[in-house]
Design a protein around this ligand. Structure first.
Ligand SMILES: [Zn+2]
Length: 162
């Protein structure tokens, strides 16, 4: 199930693999321990507060603030086609942090530490491939399945899909 989550996925089968299915459907989920109620994002199958192994998914808003950001000029292998690209770490209002790419709505100089943002799942569909990623967008941006604009990272990914 995780094979279509992100560009490079190292987790093919985990107890939280349904996280990717929720993202595909536009929902960002945290986990909540059914024994003690501790929430975690990213979701955890095993509770780090009580060591319980039972959890449920709870939807979170995706709202947060930019903790830090950078522009990747020298990308790791497999990401060369996207460089330069901007990534950021977002502190979520409901706890937890997300590392994600900035969406196309932000131009150079538009990003600042502390600014409010919205994490949005994005589905990138190509004829024989499907990827789900999260992007950092302006507050209030809602999830939608949308076609990639020419020249954007999403379009480059679609063009490079065999
Ligand atoms: Zn617990």
């Amino acid at each position: 199930m995780f094979k279509w989550y992100g560009h490079r996925s190292l987790a093919s089968a985990t107890r939280i693999s349904a996280f990717a299915a929720h993202l595909r459907d536009g929902r960002i989920m945290a986990s909540r321990c059914t024994r003690c109620g501790t929430r975690a994002f990213p979701p955890r199958a095993d509770c780090d507060a009580c060591m319980g192994g039972a959890f449920e998914f709870v939807e979170i808003s995706g709202r947060g603030h930019v903790h830090t950001f950078t522009t990747i000029q020298a990308p790791p292998r497999g990401f060369e086609a996207w460089a330069p690209y901007r990534v950021g770490v977002v502190d979520l209002e409901e706890g937890g942090r997300v590392l994600a790419w900035f969406g196309d709505a932000f131009g150079d100089g538009d990003i600042a530490i502390g600014m409010p943002v919205q994490i949005v799942p994005r589905v990138l569909e190509a004829p024989e491939d499907l990827h789900v990623v999260c992007t950092i967008e302006p507050p209030g941006t809602t999830w939608s399945k949308r076609a990639a604009r020419p020249g954007t990272a999403a379009a480059i990914e679609e063009e490079s899909t065999p």
